[in-house]
Ligand binder design. Sequence first.
Ligand code: SF4
Length: 348
Amino acid sequence: MESLTDKTDTKISLIGMNPSEISSCLQLKKGFQAKQIYRWITRGVKSFSEMTDLPASLRSSLEESSFCLYTTEVAAVQSDDDGTVKLGLRLFDGSIIECVLLRDKTDGLTACLSSQSGCAMGCKFCRTGTLKLRRSLTYGEICEQFLLLQSNAPGKIDHVVFMGMGEPFANIDNVLKAVEFLHDENGINLSMRRITISTCGVVPGINELAKRRVPVKLAVSLVSADDTIRSSIMPVNRAYNLSTLKAALKNFQSVSGRRFTFEYCMIKNVNISDLDARKLASFCKSLTVIVNLIPFNPCPELDFQTPSREEINHFCRKLDELGVPYTIRISRGRGIKGACGQLAGKLQ
Ligand code: SF4
């Protein structure tokens, strides 16, 4: 894990650290001051000078120190009519990442966070997949996304999904350290059950999550239950094919006892035939899973097409007949390219 490393040119960020890490970094003699600083960070203050219950001398020495708070800056804010807000964030090294605040019908707020700048996985239905991997984010950079989205939110964010840019299991230590920060009852206090990690099917990551017994929710982007089709649109399938994936998911389920989700991006003429539905039903057998159908969100860089309403309904009827439990995700944020698979770290 990148430890304590949200480095600007000269400064190290305290965001994402717990009170004891803050205390040891700052070599504070009074332990309670680390807790005060931590609480201010979780409330989203942008500078040490706003931490008004610290002595003025400490505040000014922190301002002068080699430590800082935010290392990212908001480079763009875009809002869609459906309430979605997308932030373009410039990292200390100049690269741009995106994170999204989604608002559901009941006004629940979900933060969709990125775990990497770019992505090496190359899924063909995903705009981020057209970028090369620049680097993995530090845990501080992941936590900053949450705090910046919270400061742009009309209420308390109640869910977090790691479905933004990057493959979370390619940066598992920093992602799980950020999960700790989000879950801590003395800070953000988000239930583990309200945090979802989504993977394209990186089997060692699924095994590691099972081993560490972190009770977050797991989502797996399946897209096809046919090895040939899946390999053609998700290169990860060449390393971890469907039978390897299923074995890992069975192990995850037996260790965690929890249901997980298959994300199924519905692509016209690719994965929504009757045969695709039957293969999906057969793959779901012996797994406690719900399928989340996501009609492909169009992007100029990608050749695929969104199925028609009739095609979507037909596939759903087939799943009904086959007894596959599913939901359909209503795409939010399409107007600002903030919907699933549309993030590309380009400022609009
Ligand atoms: S779907 Fe996820 S893993 Fe695949 S290219 Fe996009 S960001 Fe990467």
